[in-house]
Design a protein around this ligand. Structure first.
Ligand code: PMP
Length: 286
């Protein structure tokens, strides 16, 4: 297989030569933003929406991206085509650029734009059939007044710490609560439950990333006449739920059958999860 080529600020480099400065504040401080998205048969799912979210994240941290949204979309498509990928995972990264060793973002220059399009590594197929087991992490999601989870920043340590807790408990995802003790989201996915035929998910102001897959699933549920409510949820709501699943660009729709070793519903993948997962697959492959 030919070596993947990475886009860095207007040029392509083989993966092994794709490098940026060690003075880049993206590296030194996690000062930057990113997006993760998927291409199906060469077409990126909701590309414009992902790019809008990237620019909103950048605006929230006062980072000006030296390229228009249309140019970013064009560069993304070019990167996929150059690597002759059809089904791919795409990572857009914008760093603050190289600066001094102090925090001061005004002393940086040339934000770096990195586009990686590579093959996708999903959860094993078995987990989509049987469902995931997850645990509640002791690490709470970032307080929105500290670093708003709506900003998809390069500083993902909050999520990584919770992910480690999940992994130590033998799980590949972990549930994160917010500063009020409510359900927020998982480390890299949004969460939904089904209760008495209704689809429930935490609202954006619970301190979550407003997932693009989440929003697509909410639309699909509406089309299927499933009532959707964005309301604060507690662990109790998950324990007494009939079904539970996670959504994310990489994971798509993945069922959850246990939280903290307690079966959810019948402990098997539920009908509404199956229905929405199938609808999502149809939508992305349209
Ligand atoms: N929450 C977090 C913390 C995430 O990092 C992600 C993306 N990996 C999601 C939710 C899902 O968002 P999306 O559906 O836009 O990929």
């Amino acid at each position: 297989m030919a070596e993947i080529e990475i886009y860095i600020s207007g040029k392509f480099f083989p993966k092994s030569e794709a490098k940026i400065s060690v003075y880049d504040h993206g590296l030194l401080y996690g000062d930057g933003v990113f997006e993760g998205m998927r291409a199906y048969s060469g077409k990126v799912f909701r590309l414009e929406t992902h790019i809008e979210r990237l620019y909103e994240s950048a605006q929230a941290i006062l980072l000006s991206i030296p390229m228009t949204q249309a140019e970013m979309a064009q560069a993304t498509i070019q990167t996929i085509q150059r690597n002759q990928l059809s089904d791919a995972y795409i990572r857009l990264v914008v760093t603050r650029g190289a600066g001094s060793l102090g925090l001061d973002p005004t002393r940086t220059k040339d934000p770096q734009i990195i586009i990686i399009a590579d093959h996708i590594s999903l959860y094993p197929a078995e987990l989509y059939e049987k469902g995931l087991e997850i645990v509640t992490a002791a690490t709470i999601r970032n307080h929105p007044a500290a670093l708003n989870p709506r900003v998809k920043s390069l500083n993902y340590l909050n999520n990584i710490m919770a992910k480690v807790e999940g992994m130590k408990a033998g799980c590949s995802e972990a549930l994160m609560l917010n500063h009020r003790g409510e359900v927020a989201e998982c480390t890299g996915d949004n969460i939904f439950i089904v209760r008495r035929g209704e689809l429930l998910t935490p609202p954006v102001d619970a301190g979550i990333l407003e997932g693009i897959t989440r929003n697509a699933v909410i639309e699909l549920a509406g089309e299927a006449n499933v009532v959707v409510r964005e309301i604060p949820l507690s662990r109790h709501d998950i324990f007494v739920a009939d079904e539970c699943f996670l959504t994310g660009s990489a994971a798509e729709v993945i069922p959850v059958i246990k939280l903290d070793d307690r079966p959810i519903g019948t402990g098997a993948v539920g009908p509404i999860t199956k229905q929405l997962s199938a609808a999502f697959h149809r939508l992305v492959r349209q």
